[in-house]
Design a binder for this molecule. Structure first.
Ligand code: G16
Length: 550
């Protein structure tokens, strides 16, 4: 195949802006929006090639930098079943993004030749963007890339990242997963939610005494904010959402799921009353965390991805038991999972738990090994997935007249819960509805939910280094294999603390090294995190202000 025209348009309208290499990271390319024009143009072409290798199945492209600051932007590619781009393609993406403009033609020629692609005419790419100021321009670059490649494209405008993932799956399953529109997305989720919430009424169960239908939501001033009124209009009184950081302020600035999780405090400027239930989305609404102020102690309590995972896994485990089917349920976490959560899952829930490297792509992949796989990163990014065979079995069993009413009701219930879940990727809106449904089903409020286990105090820090790739990790990122000597120094520090644990890893979305530490008290966790941050600074080429020991 020839890509002379693609190269010419690229050189003319989307020239490479600088020579600094850019890498497809944890969730795509991410850097300052002003550096991304050529990258995103080229990703339009790559998405068309990906589609051709999947027999013309639709590929999605989302323009967003999610939790990053407003001036950043990025691009995430979505595979046909709505999952993240296959890891084997990340190297092609990196190569195509970095090649000099004058070599784009030969690079694409070689790539398509090696992949056996001879035409892009039946390739299909759909795309959407978040609310960042740079997103419309980048969306135009993307569209130009798709069109220059000769592929068909559809622009879905402003969507949350998970909505685009959902739409891609709907298209490629010919509507079996749902209607491939935003309206279809809200219809599917809200119908399942309303059905599940009304079960109490249908079964004449006692009215809710503890669960409060009011939820306070910080939408990080992101794309999720604009979607809440649409959702609210379909929920009636079953969930009343009060929105803050509704898009009128600066995106992710001192608000949003990442801020709340990392800082372990509420978004700046919100007036939290003890006992109220709060949640925060991130900028593209693929993460959610919950929190509240204790009524008796006025303390801030965070219910992060680990707490959501345990709530969901516990609920699903009971429901599976009621179906009488032997479906194996498992939970997937990363090294950031609080030690107490892992202990609770193993000892109390008695659900198998696996640990994988950071990045939803790794968690999703591992979760596919279970009949029902629940996966969550501590930062609030996660979902649950159900294998096709388990789904079919549930459907068949629910219609089986020889089983007890109780069993068939449980199958029916589980099928509705599955409809409430966006199985393609972590989804803040779907996760929020799932949590709210479970809390209502148990007639719990946040305090009861929080009681399941007590988090070990923990701290996350960021260290700036000259080149973060000098840090390499192994054992699902729990150990640093490079630079030499760093891990033994971390081990020595950790050994001084009761219940101490710490690890470091280069971020795949920001130009920093992340440090995580936990210990028996907050001051010990802070001290350990500081010690390890100083080690990173010294041994991995720290730049800028040196981390200070407390
Ligand atoms: C992305 C990924 C997440 C990951 C996060 C932080 O989230 O999808 O899986 O946990 O980045 O990654 P890192 O620690 O490598 O910077 P998002 O919400 O920013 O797209």
């Amino acid at each position: 195949m020839e890509f002379g025209d693609v190269q010419e348009t690229g050189e003319k309208n989307f020239p490479k802006q600088d020579e600094t290499p850019i890498q497809y990271g944890t969730a795509g390319f991410r850097t300052k929006g002003s550096r991304l024009n050529h990258v995103i143009y080229r990703m339009g072409v790559l998405a068309a090639i990906r589609s051709a290798t999947k027999s013309g199945a639709t590929i999605g492209v989302m323009i967003t930098a999610s939790h990053n600051p407003e001036e950043d932007n990025g691009v995430k590619l979505v595979d046909p079943m709505g999952e993240m781009l296959g890891p084997e393609w990340e190297k092609y993406a990196t190569e195509v993004a970095n090649v000099p403009g004058s070599k784009l033609d030969v690079t694409l020629q070689e790539l398509t030749k090696n992949l056996g692609v001879t035409s892009l005419q039946s390739s299909r790419v759909v795309f959407a963007r978040d609310t960042r100021p740079s997103s419309p321009v980048l969306a135009a670059a993307l569209e130009a890339g798709i069109k220059a490649a000769g592929a068909q494209c559809q622009n879905f405008g402003l969507l949350t990242t998970p909505q685009l993932h959902y739409i891609v799956r709907c298209i490629n399953t010919n509507g079996q997963y749902g209607k491939p529109t935003e309206e279809g997305y809200f219809e599917k989720l809200s119908e399942a939610f309303v059905k599940l919430r009304n079960i109490r009424k249908a079964k004449k169960m006692k009215t809710l005494e503890v669960y409060n239908t009011c939820l306070y939501l910080d939408a990080a001033n992101g794309v999720g904010a604009g979607k809440i009124p649409i959702l609210q209009s379909k929920l009636g009184d079953l969930l009343k959402i009060s929105l803050v950081n509704d898009g009128s302020g600066k995106l992710n600035h001192e608000c949003g799921a990442d801020f709340v999780k990392v800082q372990q405090k509420p978004p700046t400027g919100v007036n939290m009353v003890p006992g109220q239930r709060w949640a925060s989305f991130d900028g593209d609404a693929d993460r959610i965390v919950y929190y509240f102020m204790g009524v008796t102690d006025n303390r801030f309590y965070l219910l992060d991805g680990d707490k959501i995972a345990t709530l969901v896994a516990g609920y699903l485990k009971d429901l599976v038991q009621e179906t009488g089917l032997s479906l194996n349920l498992g939970l997937v976490q990363t090294a950031y999972a609080n030690g107490s959560s892992t202990r609770y899952i193993t000892d109390q829930l008695k659900v198998p738990v696996a640990c994988v490297p950071t990045g939803v792509k790794h968690l999703h992949h591992k979760a596919q090994e279970f009949d029902i796989g629940v996966y969550f990163e501590a930062n609030g990014h996660g979902t649950a997935i159900v294998s096709n065979s388990s789904y079919n079995l549930l459907q068949k069993t629910s219609q089986n007249t020889s089983i007890s009413d109780h069993q068939s009701e449980a199958c029916d219930l589980l099928l509705s819960v599955i409809d409430l879940i966006n199985q393609t990727v972590g989804d803040a809106i779907s996760d929020m509805l799932l949590v709210e449904m479970i809390l209502a089903a148990q007639d719990w409020d946040v305090e009861q939910w929080n009681k399941a286990y007590t988090d070990l105090p923990n701290r996350q820090l960021k260290v700036k280094v000259k080149d973060r790739s000098v840090i390499q990790t192994t054992d699902a990122e729990r150990k640093a294999s490079s630079p030499v000597g760093l891990q033994s120094a971390i081990d020595e520090s950790v050994a001084k603390y009761t219940h101490g644990r710490s690890f470091v890893r280069p971020s795949g979305t920001e130009d920093i090294v992340r440090v995580y530490a936990e210990a028996d008290t907050q001051s010990a966790a802070d001290k350990l995190a500081n010690e390890v941050a100083v080690l990173v600074y010294k041994m991995a080429g720290g730049i800028g202000e040196k981390p200070k020991l407390h």
